[in-house]
Design a protein around this ligand. Structure first.
Ligand SMILES: *Cc1c(COP(=O)(O)O)cnc(C)c1O
Length: 386
């Protein structure tokens, strides 16, 4: 059976150009970039070439890119690294209630060390009010971290406005842009951020690589200590093949984000309209307008999103309930709860995230398949009466 993959917020397949660029570094070009002989110099050149590509795509300087093992490590480095580097004994961090766990867990860790964290609430569509950030800033505030777009409901945040508030207050601004690179314009000058996280596997690059952008002069202490790679900000032998693939993926993302988004938007619109039309007792989660061009997140009354996903999988469609993490713990999504959705309803969510390979035929197949699945599950639900 043909498979239709609609979970691009979880991960994406490698772009063929990315695979081609990586292959030599999984084979004959195996050198360690820190070695001084030919093989090492070749690897160093590859890493620095990728650094230049990533920097160019972001409007940054190559010296401002720190390669990491992905989005999670970049987020940890930004939050914990900025607080450690500040030297403030009881530092204050501001973030939001809807961040990825890769931000929230480091924040909880900092709290356990005696630091303070303010979690700014969001409105019903998941948008952060820059004024709330302004009000939360105090003399001990070191960092504000607000994601560029949410991975579950796709809501796009006013990052540039929040960054302006931070700059005025002399506070560092970090943004997790893992979901937006390749879908929106991600330019560090346009956004005005000091720190920005990226992950290659969310933009048709390989898993296990990404970076933290660190604006010149921004003080961040490295968390991995050792050989001093990445200017001392991230020790450990570089993932050369991964970094090369990341560089190509970012170059493609910067070149193609607009046409990718313009192509995918009508697919998203047809999915949203089509499902809302065909399935009663259903609503869209997140903001209708300020959302990622590939994100559809719906709430179906009376049933579990998990069950819908299983049935879709049997029909050849890969989708998720929201975040990969909440499906393991069985807890309701913290993002949906922060949007004001009651816990008993929050389990009824389904996220479909489109990507490069999806077509209108894929969308039509989902529209043919999903309503019957929902109907069948509802008929079995004790909560549903007709
Ligand atoms: C996927 C994701 C991460 C984690 O990135 P990894 O490279 O998988 O560690 C962080 N933040 C957001 C918003 C994500 O979607």
């Amino acid at each position: 059976m043909r498979r239709i993959y609609m979970d691009h917020a979880a991960t994406t397949p490698l772009h063929p150009e990315v695979t081609a660029a990586m292959l030599p570094y999984l084979g004959e070009r195996f050198g360690n970039p820190s070695s001084v002989y030919g093989e090492g110099r070749e690897a160093r050149k590859a890493v620095e070439g990728a650094r230049a590509r990533v920097a160019e795509a972001l409007g940054a300087d190559p010296s401002e890119i720190v390669f990491t093992s992905g989005g999670t490590e970049a987020d940890n480095l930004a939050v914990i690294g900025a607080v450690y580097a500040s030297g403030v004994e009881s530092a204050h961090v501001i973030t939001t209630a809807i961040e990825h766990h890769a931000i929230l867990e480091p924040c909880h860790f900092l709290e356990s060390l005696g630091h303070q964290v303010t979690y700014i609430p969001v409105d019903g569509s998941g948008i952060v009010d820059p004024d709330e950030v302004r009000k939360a800033i105090k003399p001990s505030t070191v960092l504000v971290s607000v994601m560029h777009a949410n991975n579950e409901v796709g809501t796009i945040q006013p990052v540039a406005e929040i960054a302006a508030v931070c700059r005025e207050a002399g506070v560092y601004m970090h943004s997790d842009a893992v979901q937006t690179a390749g879908a929106l314009d991600v330019n560090v000058e346009g956004l005005g951020v000091d720190l920005l996280s990226l992950s290659a596997h969310k933009l048709y690059g390989p898993k296990g690589t990404g970076c933290l952008y660190v604006r010149k002069g921004t003080r961040v202490r490295g968390l991995l200590l050792g050989g001093g790679q990445e200017r001392g900000m991230r020790s450990g032998t570089e993932n050369v093949a991964g970094i090369v693939g990341f560089g190509v993926a970012m170059e493609l993302a910067a070149r193609e984000w607009k046409e990718r988004s313009e192509r995918i938007l009508p697919l998203r619109e047809r999915l949203i309209e089509g499902i809302l039309e065909r399935v009663p007792h259903t609503r869209l989660n997140g903001d209708r307008e300020r959302r990622l061009p590939n994100n559809v997140n719906l709430l179906f009354d009376f049933i579990e999103g998990e069950a819908i996903c299983l049935k879709l999988d049997f029909q050849g469609i890969a989708a998720s309930t929201g975040s990969a993490c909440s499906s393991v713990s069985g807890e309701a999504s913290h993002v949906l709860l922060a949007l004001g959705i009651p816990p008993e309803k929050a389990h009824g969510s389904l996220r479909l995230t489109l990507g490069r390979e999806n077509t209108m035929e894929d969308v039509d197949y989902v529209l043919e398949t999903l309503p019957a699945i929902v109907e069948e599950l509802r008929r079995m639900s004790p909560l549903y009466h007709g």
